[in-house]
Design a protein around this ligand. Structure first.
Ligand code: BGC
Ligand code: NOJ
Length: 811
């Protein structure tokens, strides 16, 4: 069952029913000011940091679901309704929500009154614009009362939802004309405030929540709206809100447009006040003046649309499969940009108060957006590397505002260092900018400890190389990519965090997955050494990689698949000898994509085992059989009920590893089959089972052991976005940046007749046509570049040339 459809021409998903199985959201904002907005107008806004500078209040895990947003109440006679259906939930005569690239549009009608609400965050401005147009479609004049509503958050979202003994006495606002200013704590150490305004004279306002809602009422039936009259309340403590009242008469056919702006402003310390106790409103007025007319707003919206067009023009395809085309051209890349902006901080599943920027998460996200915004990727790399410890290991998280690492979710995840090599290498392949390796980058944000980025990579490599266990495999530390495989934690205390608990380090538990990473990224490190003139280090690294390769075959192979790990007692994990957890997905995917066992025929065996033991119609499960009980020597992975999350869920992030692995051994049919199973556009038809947004990936889909098999959770902020894009763009479609040029090496299903692609790479446009006359899955039989046949599958650079046309014949 579907709840909408893709409008590919406009690059929008159009939701046609407000009662989607779960809120289906979009993100507004590209730089500093961000909003989450659901298909019923729910969500909230923040400036830079969703925990520390939250403008509006949102109630996570509330009933009814998705409460609080930017709400517009339309009172037309006795009927009160909202363009986004919530919160009043009056049945609408028509409804749609179009989620586009950085904007959302709600179009609804009720009793021959039409509302169109467009929400977006303009480029280079710290505000959300809500443009509301009301049109009288009836043949009689209509008297309408319009009420806006937002609820302010007292900035620090954690304090805001916990520290009530203080909060209820600190709220402060100012009202001037149609502008409502939220200035809680401005009197003391804050130099910032929010403004919520509308570009017309108002008939009343409310800034005190209780006055607006009335005792014991919710946002679904505010007393003020019911009575049709604002109270002009001035918040003093309690819960400050912003609500405007506009009364308007619309003649038949007449329309009126209102522009509401919610903005974030800062003042210099010395310019805080206009008069004693009165905030300096100059910056707010300047902002509001920019969005005072419909023409200004239209121009800003067009500018935003152009921005996205430009961004997404770097990689486009035309294929015979609409679902594939729209995922590549629009939604997958869009989600990659959102993970760039948000990391794992704010979604409908991440409260914006806990997880800042993950070290490994950010490194992997970068793989998906480096081609879109190489300059910002460069900055991001330096930020991440600056938090690294001198021994090469890493804090697991850093905060976006301070850019400093913190221990809130621990450290000692031994895969972290290698992801730094992964992202630096991807960045250089995309840009050719070897200069980044010479940048001086601090350790632990301490400038006195700065070294070149290349030295950071050396320490990353060495960290793994020198932290080996009894079998010569990398020690796992607290955990590896699977941060729930906690082999050294032995936690027995209820509620204790597996990420930060003590009783730690056996010096024995080893990870075959990290071994796969070491082979893959160790080779990349060696290549970087070689290309920067350090052949001796390259040789040393390659020798270590070779040793690891041999070790994996010797101690990491279980007969039909790769082992997952050894625990703190050197017992096998992910082996046929185990009762549960006999096979794990991660080492099969990563070892094979690193090339391990390909020549020996083991890769094929491992991937066949994946198909036989882990596959379902909704994707490949993380492990099987699911752990039935909690195992103290395994940690969090065994804490989940079977089929959820890391305990045998379909953890979407690692499905592309297996799909890529399939391309490594040339099985395009299977690679594509795996790709499709978790790909949102392909499961749109079963939205009632899948439940999350059909235009973006979710972190997890419930596995075969779960009662709700096929149901997804944790949409949007997941490394799945980056890895599925790497898979589909670089391995299936097969257009892959390498140090010396662009490689075209597709691995597609045999029934795909070919495709066209345009790739902008290092400022040069590549028009690529792939033909598949003989139903091949992989292998370039012919490469013709600008009429000339070439050897191999790389389009080499010719200095100064700005455009290439390449035809590739598979066979
Ligand atoms: C989740 C992981 C997550 C980790 C750290 C665990 O409970 O299952 O997916 O990465 O917490 O926040
Ligand atoms: C989610 C985390 O953000 C990511 O870092 C981790 O690798 C996965 N969970 C798998 O456990």
């Amino acid at each position: 069952m579907k709840f909408g459809y893709f409008d590919d021409a406009r690059q929008e998903y159009v939701i046609t029913s407000p009662t989607t199985p779960l809120p289906w959201i979009n993100y507004l904002g590209c730089e500093n000011f961000f909003s989450l907005i659901s298909n019923t107008c729910g969500g909230y806004s923040f400036y830079k940091d969703a925990k520390l500078l939250r403008l509006t209040r949102y109630r996570y895990n509330n009933v009814p679901a998705d409460t609080n947003g930017r709400y517009y109440y339309i009172k037309d006679g006795d009927t009160v309704w909202n363009p986004g259906w919530q919160p009043v939930q009056t049945e609408l005569d028509s409804y749609s929500c179009r989620h586009g690239l950085g904007y959302s549009v709600f179009e609804s009608t009720k009793n021959e009154l039409a509302a169109e609400l467009t929400a977006f965050v303009p480029l280079n401005n710290n505000c959300e614009i809500n443009r509301l147009t009301l049109t009288n479609k009836s043949s009689q004049a209509k008297d309408i009362s319009l009420f806006s509503y937002i609820e302010f958050c007292l900035w620090n979202a954690v304090d805001d939802m916990t520290n009530f003994q203080r909060n209820f006495s600190i709220g402060e606002v100012e009202i001037e004309g149609s502008a409502i200013y939220h200035k809680t704590e401005y009197r003391e150490r804050r130099n910032h405030y929010a403004v919520y305004s509308v570009n017309t004279a108002i008939d009343g306002y409310d800034t005190d929540r209780d006055s607006f809602l009335g005792a014991y009422r919710g946002v679904n039936r505010p007393i003020v709206v019911e009575q049709g009259q604002s109270t002009n309340s001035k918040a003093s403590g309690w819960a400050p809100i912003g609500s405007h009242n506009i009364n308007v008469t619309l003649q038949p056919g007449e329309e009126k447009t209102y522009i509401f702006v919610l903005g974030y402003l800062e003042n210099e310390e010395e310019n805080k006040w206009e008069a004693p106790g009165v905030i300096n409103k100059a910056p707010a007025k300047e902002m509001l003046a920019k969005f005072n007319t419909n023409e200004q707003v239209e121009a800003a919206l067009n500018e935003l649309k152009e921005h996205w067009q430009n961004l997404l023009s770097k990689y486009t395809v035309e294929t015979n499969d609409d679902k594939l085309t729209r995922m590549i051209n629009t939604w997958n890349q869009y989600q990659c940009m959102v993970t760039f902006n948000m990391s794992r901080s704010a979604s409908y599943y991440e409260s914006g108060t806990g997880r800042g920027m993950g070290f490994r998460d950010s490194c992997q996200d970068l793989l998906g957006f480096v081609h879109l915004i190489p300059d910002r990727a460069r900055e991001r790399i330096i930020d991440i590397a600056s938090t690294q410890f001198e021994d090469g290991s890493a804090y697991h998280q850093y905060q976006p505002l301070t850019k400093k690492g913190n221990m809130d979710i621990g450290s000692g995840f031994n895969d972290d260092p290698l992801w730094l090599i992964a992202c630096v290498s991807a960045y250089i392949k995309e840009t050719g900018d070897f200069g980044i390796l010479e940048e001086s980058v601090p350790f632990d944000n301490d400038e006195t400890k700065a070294q070149t980025l290349m030295e950071h990579l050396r320490r990353s490599f060495e960290f793994t190389n020198t932290n080996l266990g009894p079998h010569g495999l990398p020690l796992i530390g607290r955990a590896d990519w699977n941060d729930c495989l906690n082999l050294n934690c032995f936690s027995k205390t209820p509620g204790e965090s597996f990420q930060t608990c003590s009783n730690f380090e056996s010096g024995k538990a080893e990870s075959v997955f990290i071994a796969g990473m070491f082979v893959k990224y160790g080779k990349e490190y060696a290549e970087l050494c070689k290309r920067t003139g350090n052949q001796a280090e390259a040789d040393r690294a390659l020798a270590a990689v070779d040793r690891m390769y041999a070790t994996v075959l010797e101690s990491g192979w279980d007969g039909e698949w790769f082992l997952r790990a050894y625990d703190a007692f050197s017992e096998k994990i992910g082996s046929k000898e185990c009762e549960d957890g006999q096979i794990f997905i991660e080492p099969q995917g990563f070892c094979v994509l690193a090339g391990i066992g390909v020549e020996e025929g083991l890769a094929e065996k491992a991937l066949n085992s994946v198909k036989e033991k882990l596959d379902t119609k909704y994707g490949v499960m993380l492990l099987q059989p699911a752990y039935k009980d909690y195992h103290v020597n395994l940690g969090e992975v065994s804490s989940y009920p079977p089929g959820y999350k890391e305990n045998a869920g379909i953890f979407c992030h690692n499905n592309p590893w297996v799909s890529i692995a399939e391309t490594v051994i040339g099985r395009g049919d299977r690679a594509f089959e795996i790709y499709k199973k978790t790909c949102p556009a392909y499961v749109e038809e079963i939205s009632e089972i899948h439940r999350t947004e059909p235009y973006v990936y979710s972190q997890m889909v419930a596995g075969a052991d779960a009662p709700r098999h096929g149901e997804a959770k944790n949409s949007w902020l997941t490394g799945t976005a980056a890895w599925t894009f790497v898979n589909v763009s670089q391995y299936i479609i097969g257009i892959r940046p390498e140090f010396d040029g662009l490689v075209v090496d597709p691995c597609i299903p045999s029934d795909m007749p070919g495709f066209k692609a345009t790739r902008i790479f290092r400022g040069v446009t590549y028009n690529i046509t792939v033909e598949n006359p003989n139903g091949a899955q992989k292998g370039v039989a012919k490469l013709i570049v600008d009429g000339q046949e070439m050897n191999g599958n790389m389009i080499p650079f010719v200095d100064g040339k700005k455009e290439y046309s390449a035809t590739i014949i598979l066979g």
